[in-house]
Design a binder for this molecule. Structure first.
Ligand SMILES: C[S@@+](CC[C@H](N)C(=O)[O-])C[C@H]1O[C@@H](n2cnc3c(N)ncnc32)[C@H](O)[C@@H]1O
Length: 184
């Protein structure tokens, strides 16, 4: 089975008007995605933001829970947050993965909308059996910018729900998607 990575992208993402923005990091995304990723064997969870101030804040939080008071206070949080890394861009994230696993990852975008490039979960489960590592990309704000969707090798089918409403919080989307891809 090939390596799986996840990235929470804070830039480039869309705002309500469809403009490209950089969102702020949300503290509980760090904890929740680190725990979910670790549960499903994700190799690393990248928090992608070009803002040095935000990277420093994330690294401060990581350090608190992995080396500071928090490490003894909450060992299961320490274990999960160890896999979290900041990255300034998607390009940099791909480079880190290449150095870590030996090859360039296939980029897989997620979105609540069906697109021409959308592929099924069973297709991606097959892809996961061998070959290059996969990087699952999740958006913040109003979702991944079109340029990220264009760069993606694949876009996963949206989670549809039952009544037409499917705007999930990113934490739920990550959990559902990892379970669909990995659970036996
Ligand atoms: C647009 S952001 C919303 C951020 C918001 N601030 C939050 O945390 O709830 C949510 C991200 O979760 C994923 N997502 C949300 N709904 C989804 C769906 N129905 N199918 C697939 N992915 C979805 C996408 O990666 C999307 O960019």
């Amino acid at each position: 089975m090939n390596d799986l990575y996840i990235a929470l992208i804070h830039h480039p993402v869309h705002n309500k008007e469809g403009k490209i923005i950089t969102t702020s990091v949300t503290n509980f995304d760090l904890h929740d995605l680190a725990r979910t990723g670790t549960t499903y064997g994700v190799k690393k969870f990248f928090v992608v933001t070009p803002s040095e101030v935000q990277q420093n804040m994330v690294n401060y939080i990581k350090n608190y829970w992995t080396a500071g008071f928090g490490a003894d206070y909450n060992p299961s949080r320490k274990e999960a947050i160890t896999f979290l890394e900041t990255s300034p861009s998607l390009e940099d994230t791909c480079l880190t993965i290449k150095n870590h696993s030996g090859s360039q990852p296939l980029l897989v975008a997620t979105t609540a909308k069906k697109t021409e490039k959308s592929v099924s979960y069973s297709f991606l489960r097959q892809k996961k059996q061998d070959g290059p590592p996969l990087l699952l990309m999740f958006g913040t704000g109003f979702g991944l910018a079109s340029e990220v969707l264009d760069k993606a090798d694949y876009i996963l089918d949206p989670i549809t729900g039952v009544n037409g409403y499917n705007h999930l919080p990113v934490r739920s989307a990550v959990a559902i998607i990892l379970d669909r891809l990995i659970a036996k």
